[in-house]
Design a protein around this ligand. Structure first.
Ligand SMILES: [Fe+2]
Ligand SMILES: [Fe+2]
Length: 208
């Protein structure tokens, strides 16, 4: 791994401003702030809160979509060159790998941050079973942060009005799966189905 070049949230913010579109930059700032809000709202403690002066929410919010604007070919090429594991699903739809590639790029920039943060970055798009509070908050924030203007305020309030972070994530996950199916984009990924089954069986989640 190369030597770190980013040591503060301000430097990570500057890097992002220089490397992604303005829309993505604003989205990433929104995800950082909303991740923190979600963690506070649901009184979350089950996550690693800080590392080398970075807060978990700020670091993961800023870093989660670093690779989101890479093309499919660029994502595949990055993974090949850097020995990043890709599932068959990732190879068929490389955009699914942007969380993992974002985590890898962030590690190259800032050094080996906590593995739980790495996992949160990897799972932010589709989810997976066994996510900790940080991963759940990032997943939620990615969907509801303020620049997601397609979302009605009532819907945002419905999500945040769930009694627990598990139920909040479950409501979003079910709506995402329905949306993908209705639009005919693709069926739910294995990660999303694993997350759904985990939240139902281990956390007793039901929709509503
Ligand atoms: Fe993303
Ligand atoms: Fe995002």
């Amino acid at each position: 791994m190369s030597e770190p070049t980013i040591f503060t949230a301000e430097q990570l913010t500057d890097y992002l401003r220089r490397t992604v579109s303005e829309k993505r930059f604003i989205h990433s700032l929104g995800v950082a702030g909303t991740t923190e809000d979600v963690l506070v709202r649901f009184r979350c403690t089950n996550y690693e809160k800080s590392w080398k002066g970075f807060s978990a929410a700020t670091f993961c919010g800023l870093a989660h979509d670093i690779a989101r604007e890479m093309t499919d070919a660029e994502l595949l090429d990055y993974c090949r060159k850097n020995n990043v594991y890709l599932s068959t699903e990732d190879i068929e739809a490389p955009v699914l790998a942007h969380g993992t590639v974002s985590a890898e790029i962030a590690m190259g920039l800032a050094g080996a941050f906590p593995f739980s943060w790495y996992r949160a970055l990897c799972t932010h798009t589709t989810g997976n079973a066994g996510m900790d509070d940080l991963a759940l908050a990032l997943f939620i924030a990615d969907y509801i942060e303020p620049s997601r203007t397609f979302m009605a305020e009532e819907k945002r309030a419905f999500y945040l009005g769930a009694g627990s972070i598990y139920r909040c994530a479950y409501r979003i996950l079910c709506d995402m799966i329905d949306h993908w199916r209705a639009k005919g984009f693709h069926d739910a990924s294995s990660g999303s189905l694993a997350m759904k089954a985990w939240l139902e069986k281990s956390k007793g989640c039901i929709y509503g």
